[in-house]
Design a protein around this ligand. Structure first.
Ligand SMILES: [Zn+2]
Ligand SMILES: [Zn+2]
Length: 375
């Protein structure tokens, strides 16, 4: 279980972003493995501080923590810590834009790998500075079947890191890429000892960036990113299926210091419809038909999903449960056509009959017929 991130950083519940950042920097310097060789307590604290900051630096995560507590991150920090080894100053744990959905283990692992890259485990000497790519964002929307039929533009408002406009993501005052860090030579890592093991820790001089920014950009304080309110218009295509995941490449969070941005994903759920059942591209609609129409044949009027009135022929002798196929009135298909509409025939028995109708039905029941079992 994780500790209360506010307590770990020693800040108030309503602490500002700047206060949180300040507290984090102070603690991370204090407990950094480089300054505390072979100190298990410091290592533990270092992890805690990073986990806490990972939650509190991110408005969505912080809000989720405030609402759900630790449950919002169940599993996420475990995986993050495992991959993080001696501590992870980037705090790239699992991230879920929509906390309602709950991140699956796969997402968490993918996110964890994204933050570190497989190469970090091998420890090759030729590796470049760690990629601090922007995180993917995931949102979910539930739409009506009719919206799925026509397609829809879904507007998402959220706040995320975007590339700093002033320095073009470089984090420097002059907006140009910063020179390589002298301490780590641009790799972003330094060697540190943990008991028997020689491990690599992110360079404390450049925080793993690999570059040394002398004069920081005044706008973003050297991070290369800014937190901004954003609005995305996501075009949901006509015919979208329940469970579809739409991807907007490069629309996730901006990467730190010019690293590539993540992607934005929108999971689309299609609400079940009262009138239509959808099977792939086809629609099924249950319609009550007067028994006389079923017996003698005729026409019924149905309303299609695009609100059009449609006359459908009912052949004489149609049975309850039969499906009448109406071509081209189903859902839009990927190939640009349409599926079919099936009328699931039900029967309508009138509850009020005139004396004359009763008499005629009585006569009908008594009459000989070669078609038995109508009533
Ligand atoms: Zn460095
Ligand atoms: Zn900047």
């Amino acid at each position: 279980m994780n500790k209360n991130p506010y307590e770990v950083l020693g800040v108030a519940r309503d602490a500002s972003d700047a206060d949180i950042k300040k507290a984090y920097h102070k603690l991370v310097m204090k407990y950094h493995p480089d300054r505390n060789p072979d100190n298990k307590d410091a290592e533990e604290k270092f992890k805690e501080v990073n986990n806490a900051f990972d939650i509190l630096k991110d408005p969505q995560k912080r809000a989720a923590y405030d609402r759900f507590g630790d449950a919002a991150f169940a599993g996420g920090n475990g995986a993050g810590a495992g991959f993080g080894g001696a501590g992870n100053p980037f705090g790239d744990g699992a991230f879920h834009f929509n906390m309602g959905g709950g991140a699956g283990m796969e997402d968490i692992l993918r996110e964890a790998m994204r933050g570190f890259g497989f190469g970090d485990f091998g420890g090759g000497a030729t590796r470049g500075a760690p990629q601090r790519g922007g995180r993917d964002l995931l949102d979910e929307v539930t739409i009506d079947l009719k919206d799925a039929y026509f397609g829809k533009t879904h507007t998402v408002k959220f706040s995320s890191n975007v590339e700093c406009e002033k320095c073009h993501g470089n984090g420097t005052a002059d907006g140009k890429p910063a020179p390589a860090c002298p301490r780590c030579g641009g790799s972003g890592f330094v060697q540190t000892r943990q008991g028997f093991f020689a491990m690599e820790a992110p360079c404390p001089e450049c925080n793993g960036l690999g570059r040394k920014i002398d004069k920081k950009c005044s706008e973003c304080d050297g991070s290369g990113t800014q937190h901004k309110q954003r609005t995305l218009e996501v075009k949901i295509p006509a015919g979208v299926e329940d469970g579809a995941r739409l991807r907007l490449a490069g629309q996730g969070e901006a990467g730190a210091n010019g690293a590539p941005a993540g992607d934005f994903y929108l999971d689309v759920r299609v609400r079940p419809d009262k009138r239509f059942e959808r099977i792939n591209d086809n629609l099924i609609m249950r319609v009550d038909v007067p028994f006389v129409t079923l017996a003698l044949g005729g026409e019924i009027e149905v309303e299609t999903i695009d609100d059009k009135k449609l006359a459908v022929k009912v052949p004489a002798g149609t049975q309850v449960g039969e499906k009448l196929r109406v071509r081209g009135h189903g859902m839009p298909t990927r190939r640009g056509g349409y599926g079919d509409l099936y009328i699931d025939v039900a029967i309508h028995i009138p509850t009020k009959l005139t004396d004359k109708q009763k008499k005629l039905l009585g006569e009908f029941a008594g009459a000989k017929s070669d078609k038995k079992g109508w009533f």
